[in-house]
Ligand binder design. Structure first.
Ligand SMILES: [Zn+2]
Length: 110
């Protein structure tokens, strides 16, 4: 077993797991619940971790993760937006208003 990745955001760890599994690499996630308390600082420095079961897959898994992270870094960050319903300021990473649940308006540049 080799740990190949960890991140505070379980969504990212889970996404990378499905990418590795689709490449035929068997994986396991540890500390799955570590980031579940949304909006709260984690009690400890324990992040969800992605492990490969077979040590022989470590290098390939890391290469896949690196490529994925690189591609993600090159994707432009979504701009913040203003909710058309309640006029709340919403960060670009959210696809709906955190205050009233209205979906983000369609962005002409996407
Ligand atoms: Zn709103």
């Amino acid at each position: 077993m080799k740990r190949v990745f960890d991140h505070i955001d379980f969504t990212i760890v889970g996404h990378l797991q499905s990418i590795l599994e689709s490449e035929g690499i068997r994986t396991e996630i540890r500390n799955e619940g570590a980031s579940r308390a949304a909006g709260e600082l984690p009690i400890s420095e324990v992040y969800p971790e992605l492990w490969v079961l077979d040590n022989a897959d470590e290098a390939r898994a890391k290469a896949i993760i690196r490529d994925y992270r690189q591609a993600a870094a090159e994707t432009p960050v979504s701009p913040d937006w203003t909710c058309p319903v309640c006029k709340e300021h919403v960060e670009g990473v959210f696809s709906e208003c955190w205050n009233c649940g209205t979906p983000a308006p369609t962005r002409p540049d996407l």
